[in-house]
Design a protein around this ligand. Structure first.
Ligand code: ZN
Length: 247
């Protein structure tokens, strides 16, 4: 008698299908498979004990478009993390262009100079933090200037941008009675300028409408008529953005 080797889904901690990563929830007595998109945009797969990897993969593939829609609704970055190593030649993006890393014998922090990122050798152990600091500092200056025409279109004289680590979100915004301000993830600075503009416009629109209602999208449309193309491009580009994970 032979028993076919059928791999059980619950032998895996995670299931990766294409560019989506699902945590596998502990098996529970249930009859259906379910995908849960968590608040932080992480994905969880809940399935009956006997489900095979093959069956779960087919299920996820069939639901893929739904998952992407949910992730877009959450303004989320998604997918298995992009990992970086702090060795000479590693690539890092800035404003949509990729630059190689060079390790330098001295210096005080990361520099982008003559087409390369330079990292002092004594900071290799904290390379991720040093890079994030660079994106944050350079990005803050760049974004504060970049947002002006968009804020003006919205009818705001000034909107302050703060660059932070926002986990799995590109940006966040909450209207106040006082001066307006939005937060942008430091990782956003890796994107091409047109996609960063879309993130800015999206967060600016949230200053008028908190939720993704038709009113919200009509504000986005008024500020940036080509936004749908950028929104789709952003969902695709997000999978290649480095969020600080190291190898
Ligand atoms: Zn939003």
């Amino acid at each position: 008698m032979t028993v076919a080797a059928v791999a059980a889904l619950h032998d895996l901690p995670e299931l990766v299908v294409g560019d989506l990563l699902f945590k596998v929830a502990p098996p529970r007595e249930r009859t259906t498979i379910e995908i849960v998109v968590e608040r932080d945009a992480s994905l969880v797969l809940k399935a009956p004990p006997a489900v095979t990897i093959e069956r779960a993969t087919d299920f996820v593939k069939a639901k893929r478009q739904w998952v992407y829609r949910k992730l877009i609704e959450k303004d989320a970055l998604s997918g298995p993390p992009v990992l970086k190593r702090f060795v000479a030649g590693e690539g890092f993006s800035h404003l949509g262009r990729s630059y190689r890393l060079a390790i330098t014998p001295d210096g005080t922090g990361v520099r982008l100079d003559r087409g390369r990122f330079h990292l002092p050798s004594d900071q290799i152990a904290h390379g991720a933090e040093a890079m994030q600091r660079w994106y944050t500092e350079v990005g803050t200056k760049w974004l504060r200037k970049r947002i002006r025409p968009w804020a003006a279109r919205l009818g705001e004289e000034s909107v302050t941008v703060e660059v932070r680590d926002l986990g799995f979100r590109w940006g966040s915004a909450r209207p106040t009675d006082g001066p307006q301000h939005i937060n942008i993830h430091w990782a956003t600075l890796q994107l091409p300028p047109t996609l960063i503009d879309y993130v800015l416009v999206h967060e600016l629109a949230h200053l008028r409408e908190l939720n993704h209602t038709p009113k919200f999208w009509s504000i986005v449309d008024r500020l940036m008529p080509a936004y749908e193309t950028h929104r789709t491009a952003l969902a695709a580009a997000g999978k290649h953005v480095w969020l600080g994970s190291i190898m």
